[in-house]
Design a protein around this ligand. Sequence first.
Ligand SMILES: [Zn+2]
Length: 153
Amino acid sequence: MILSCIDSRAPAEIILDTRIGDTFNARIAGNIANEDLIGSLEFACAAAGAKVILVMGHTACGAIKGAIDQVELGHLTGLLAKIKPAVDETQYSGDRSSKNDEFVDAVARTNVRRAIDAIRNGSSVLAPMEKDGKLKIVGAMYHLNGGAVEFLT
Ligand SMILES: [Zn+2]
Protein backbone atom coordinates (compact mmCIF):
# COMPACT_ATOMS: atom_id res chain seq x y z
CA MET A 1 0.00 0.00 0.00
CA ILE A 2 1.69 3.19 -1.18
CA LEU A 3 0.75 6.67 -0.02
CA SER A 4 2.49 9.23 -2.19
CA CYS A 5 2.18 12.67 -3.78
CA ILE A 6 0.17 13.54 -6.88
CA ASP A 7 3.27 15.09 -8.53
CA SER A 8 3.41 14.09 -12.21
CA ARG A 9 7.14 13.46 -11.83
CA ALA A 10 6.66 10.96 -9.00
CA PRO A 11 4.32 8.18 -10.17
CA ALA A 12 4.80 5.57 -7.46
CA GLU A 13 3.84 2.48 -9.50
CA ILE A 14 6.32 3.33 -12.25
CA ILE A 15 9.10 4.35 -9.85
CA LEU A 16 8.76 1.09 -7.92
CA ASP A 17 8.37 -1.01 -11.06
CA THR A 18 5.03 -2.46 -9.99
CA ARG A 19 2.40 -3.86 -12.31
CA ILE A 20 -1.38 -4.05 -12.38
CA GLY A 21 -2.56 -5.88 -9.25
CA ASP A 22 0.70 -5.43 -7.30
CA THR A 23 -0.04 -2.46 -5.03
CA PHE A 24 -2.78 -0.28 -3.66
CA ASN A 25 -2.03 3.37 -4.33
CA ALA A 26 -3.24 6.53 -2.68
CA ARG A 27 -1.99 9.80 -4.05
CA ILE A 28 -2.68 13.21 -2.59
CA ALA A 29 -0.73 16.47 -2.75
CA GLY A 30 2.01 16.29 -0.13
CA ASN A 31 1.24 12.63 0.77
CA ILE A 32 -0.68 13.53 3.91
CA ALA A 33 -2.77 11.02 5.86
CA ASN A 34 -6.22 12.35 6.77
CA GLU A 35 -9.16 10.25 7.97
CA ASP A 36 -10.37 9.27 4.52
CA LEU A 37 -6.89 8.21 3.45
CA ILE A 38 -6.38 6.27 6.66
CA GLY A 39 -9.71 4.58 5.92
CA SER A 40 -8.33 3.59 2.52
CA LEU A 41 -5.18 2.21 4.18
CA GLU A 42 -7.35 0.24 6.61
CA PHE A 43 -9.25 -1.25 3.68
CA ALA A 44 -6.04 -2.20 1.87
CA CYS A 45 -4.36 -3.73 4.93
CA ALA A 46 -7.11 -5.13 7.14
CA ALA A 47 -9.63 -6.13 4.46
CA ALA A 48 -7.52 -6.78 1.36
CA GLY A 49 -4.33 -8.16 2.89
CA ALA A 50 -1.63 -5.56 2.17
CA LYS A 51 1.37 -6.16 4.47
CA VAL A 52 3.32 -2.91 4.09
CA ILE A 53 2.38 0.75 4.06
CA LEU A 54 4.97 2.87 2.30
CA VAL A 55 4.63 6.62 2.73
CA MET A 56 6.74 8.11 -0.03
CA GLY A 57 7.54 11.80 -0.20
CA HIS A 58 9.75 13.32 -2.84
CA THR A 59 12.28 16.07 -3.38
CA ALA A 60 11.25 19.49 -4.71
CA CYS A 61 7.62 18.86 -3.69
CA GLY A 62 5.32 21.68 -4.74
CA ALA A 63 2.88 21.00 -1.90
CA ILE A 64 5.69 21.36 0.63
CA LYS A 65 6.77 24.62 -1.04
CA GLY A 66 3.16 25.80 -0.95
CA ALA A 67 2.93 25.04 2.77
CA ILE A 68 6.17 26.92 3.43
CA ASP A 69 4.89 29.90 1.41
CA GLN A 70 1.43 29.68 3.03
CA VAL A 71 -0.25 29.64 -0.38
CA GLU A 72 -4.00 30.18 -0.30
CA LEU A 73 -6.07 28.72 -3.15
CA GLY A 74 -9.54 27.27 -2.74
CA HIS A 75 -9.55 23.89 -1.00
CA LEU A 76 -5.77 23.66 -1.36
CA THR A 77 -5.53 26.09 1.55
CA GLY A 78 -6.93 23.51 3.97
CA LEU A 79 -4.73 20.75 2.59
CA LEU A 80 -1.58 22.85 2.95
CA ALA A 81 -2.61 23.69 6.52
CA LYS A 82 -2.20 19.95 7.26
CA ILE A 83 1.42 20.15 6.03
CA LYS A 84 2.21 23.39 7.88
CA PRO A 85 3.05 21.65 11.21
CA ALA A 86 5.84 19.78 9.37
CA VAL A 87 7.29 23.14 8.33
CA ASP A 88 7.26 24.35 11.94
CA GLU A 89 8.66 21.08 13.33
CA THR A 90 11.58 20.84 10.91
CA GLN A 91 14.83 21.73 12.62
CA TYR A 92 16.89 23.72 10.16
CA SER A 93 19.16 26.65 10.91
CA GLY A 94 19.70 27.98 7.37
CA ASP A 95 17.33 29.74 4.97
CA ARG A 96 13.83 28.47 5.82
CA SER A 97 12.29 29.50 2.49
CA SER A 98 10.83 27.55 -0.42
CA LYS A 99 13.76 28.73 -2.54
CA ASN A 100 16.11 26.60 -0.46
CA ASP A 101 15.93 23.05 -1.87
CA GLU A 102 17.64 21.60 1.19
CA PHE A 103 15.02 23.06 3.52
CA VAL A 104 12.14 22.00 1.25
CA ASP A 105 13.44 18.41 1.28
CA ALA A 106 14.00 18.50 5.05
CA VAL A 107 10.36 19.51 5.52
CA ALA A 108 9.30 16.73 3.12
CA ARG A 109 11.11 14.21 5.36
CA THR A 110 9.39 15.59 8.45
CA ASN A 111 6.10 15.42 6.58
CA VAL A 112 6.61 11.72 5.79
CA ARG A 113 7.32 11.03 9.47
CA ARG A 114 4.24 13.00 10.47
CA ALA A 115 2.08 11.00 8.05
CA ILE A 116 3.40 7.76 9.56
CA ASP A 117 2.61 9.09 13.06
CA ALA A 118 -0.87 10.09 11.90
CA ILE A 119 -1.46 6.55 10.61
CA ARG A 120 -0.17 4.96 13.82
CA ASN A 121 -2.06 7.33 16.13
CA GLY A 122 -5.15 7.67 13.98
CA SER A 123 -6.04 4.06 13.32
CA SER A 124 -7.24 1.59 15.92
CA VAL A 125 -7.13 -0.96 13.11
CA LEU A 126 -3.60 -0.50 11.79
CA ALA A 127 -1.73 0.20 15.05
CA PRO A 128 -2.42 -3.26 16.53
CA MET A 129 -1.61 -4.92 13.20
CA GLU A 130 1.79 -3.24 13.30
CA LYS A 131 2.31 -4.21 16.96
CA ASP A 132 1.47 -7.83 16.16
CA GLY A 133 3.97 -7.90 13.29
CA LYS A 134 1.26 -8.25 10.65
CA LEU A 135 2.03 -4.89 9.11
CA LYS A 136 5.08 -2.74 8.45
CA ILE A 137 4.80 1.03 8.09
CA VAL A 138 7.82 2.62 6.43
CA GLY A 139 8.80 5.97 4.96
CA ALA A 140 10.83 6.90 1.92
CA MET A 141 11.92 9.87 -0.15
CA TYR A 142 11.98 9.70 -3.93
CA HIS A 143 14.76 11.78 -5.44
CA LEU A 144 13.62 13.44 -8.66
CA ASN A 145 17.32 13.91 -9.51
CA GLY A 146 18.76 10.47 -10.13
CA GLY A 147 15.62 8.48 -9.35
CA ALA A 148 16.78 6.93 -6.06
CA VAL A 149 14.26 5.85 -3.45
CA GLU A 150 15.80 6.55 -0.05
CA PHE A 151 14.18 4.63 2.79
CA LEU A 152 13.94 6.61 6.02
CA THR A 153 14.88 5.02 9.32
ZN1 LIG B 1 4.73 16.59 -4.19
